[in-house]
Design a binder for this molecule. Structure first.
Ligand SMILES: CC(C)(COP(=O)(O)OP(=O)(O)OC[C@H]1O[C@@H](n2cnc3c(N)ncnc32)[C@H](O)[C@@H]1OP(=O)(O)O)[C@@H](O)C(=O)NCCC(=O)NCCS
Length: 158
């Protein structure tokens, strides 16, 4: 753990980052369900651990507070998932996880892409602040309780 990446958020919270293992999945799933309206299935995380994706979690005082999943290939990178535990949001953790994920793929890809629900203003704010720009919309990309909503496609140069 001593050589794990360490971040201090702008609110002074000390974070330790490490790669997610199979043993972490139950806790990650609990956070996933609490943070997302339409959470990933457990099998999605399991597939990511077996695949080329990089999955990192952040702990504060040994408590899981967030995670990020990223992949790269063919000169591009994609942010696949990012979540912070609701009681730890707006403390700078999302910003640190995004920064770490960006560092992981810098040098391996030229562009980092992501998709976000058009209604997810707090995530769009976070990404815009981190240098992402809007590329366009994918119509009715995400399910909602009543139907579908568009995805906003964003990207930043690495
Ligand atoms: C989006 C999410 C990851 C942000 O994580 P976070 O740790 O709360 O974000 P941070 O504290 O690092 O915030 C960084 C910046 O993002 C923006 N932001 C974050 N939360 C915001 C909110 N509730 N309202 C407006 N802007 C917000 C702000 O610009 C903020 O900087 P500031 O606090 O100096 O104003 C978190 O809200 C989350 O897990 N949401 C549910 C899952 C999700 O939507 N994931 C993204 C899917 S694409």
């Amino acid at each position: 753990m001593s050589d794990s990446p360490r971040f201090v958020t702008y609110t002074g919270l000390e974070l330790h980052l490490r790669e997610i293992t199979a043993e972490d999945i139950p806790a990650v799933m609990q956070l996933e369900r609490s943070a997302h309206s339409h959470p990933w299935r457990q099998s999605s995380f399991e597939d990511c651990l077996k695949g080329r994706q990089k999955c990192w979690l952040a702990e504060a005082k040994n408590t899981l507070v967030g995670y990020v999943v990223i992949t790269h290939g063919g000169g591009d990178a994609e942010l696949l998932n990012l979540a912070v535990a609701p009681t730890f949001q707006r403390k700078g953790i999302g910003q640190c996880l995004l920064e770490h994920a960006t560092q992981c793929v810098a040098g391996k890809a030229d562009m980092l892409f992501l998709e976000v629900r058009v209604s997810n203003q707090k995530a769009i704010e976070l990404y815009s602040k981190a240098g992402f720009f809007e590329l366009g919309n994918r119509k009715n990309y995400y399910p909602t309780v009543n139907g579908h909503e568009d995805a906003l496609l964003m990207a930043r140069q690495l």
